[in-house]
Write a protein that binds this ligand. Structure first.
Ligand code: SF4
Ligand code: SF4
Ligand code: FES
Length: 247
């Protein structure tokens, strides 16, 4: 392992301002991740050629690949800075903000569009009035296992960032949102509201916009079977369309 880590970081002072690049060098430490490099830079922000600069802005919280806050593009791949060890990647480490979300500053992006879409598609199970009644329907162990896989999503946005169908050219909500709908629709108590969720998808940005490029599956840090969720949603949409047609 070399004694120092070289980093090339894409920076941006404010939303909509022109980005620029700065290079840094920090001393290597054992098991150093990209967040530790950013912390080192923040201690005394100087570029590789000795010029004083401002600390790089980034977000993080859990530091164990659970919250998704530290998601950024590292060496061309969208991933979490807390779980990316510099010893495992090429140098200089090239770091950019996520590409499908507006930049707030440096590596901090605004991912609120993802959460707005979760609201739009009713990605929850209404609980009002359910506590007083009898216990809800049971999960079979098979269904629980299947739903556990889907439930591991941390809404990091990697799947949206890597998807060619997500962007200003389309209103496609993205794999994470479709996966959440399937997670709720497959819950024995969530089925009651399944039609509402599917209805929201039948407008613009629904499952039909997925081009099946599979980039989402390749970048998902939780290995969620996203294309399987999308295929299930597509089947549910087809059934709903026929039901609506003949009702
Ligand atoms: S399969 Fe492709 S088009 Fe569909 S959500 Fe995944 S990356 Fe996007
Ligand atoms: S599905 Fe995977 S990549 Fe997409 S937001 Fe969830 S955890 Fe991140
Ligand atoms: S800080 Fe939570 S995923 Fe990296």
């Amino acid at each position: 392992m070399p004694e120092s880590v070289r980093l090339k970081i894409k920076r941006q002072n404010r939303p909509l301002q022109a980005p620029y690049w700065e290079e840094f060098e920090v001393p290597t430490k054992p098991a150093m991740n990209v967040i530790s490099c950013l912390v080192e830079i923040a201690r005394e922000p100087r570029t590789f050629d000795g010029r004083k600069t401002t600390p790089v802005a980034w977000e993080s919280s859990c530091l164990e690949e659970v919250c998704g806050a530290c998601t950024m593009v590292i060496n061309g791949r969208v991933r979490q800075a807390c779980s990316t060890l510099v010893q495992n990647i090429a140098q200089p480490v090239v770091i950019e903000p996520m590409q499908k979300f507006p930049v707030v500053r440096d590596l901090v992006v605004d991912r609120s569009s993802m959460f707005r879409n979760l609201r739009r598609v009713h990605a929850w199970i209404p609980a009002e009035g359910r506590f007083e009644g009898p216990a809800g329907p049971e999960h079979s162990p098979e269904l629980a296992r299947e739903r556990y896989e889907m439930s591991r999503c941390m809404m990091c946005g990697c799947c949206l960032d890597a998807c060619p169908q997500v962007g200003p050219h389309s209103e496609f909500a993205g794999a994470a949102i479709l996966n959440q709908i399937e997670l709720m629709n497959s819950h024995p108590s969530g089925k009651d509201d399944a039609d509402n969720r599917l209805e929201a998808l039948m407008t613009k940005g629904g499952a039909a916009d997925c081009g099946n490029a599979q980039n989402c599956v390749r970048v998902c840090p939780k290995n969620i079977p996203l294309t399987a969720s999308i295929a299930k949603i597509n089947r549910e949409l087809t059934v709903k369309m026929f039901k609506d047609l003949f009702s």
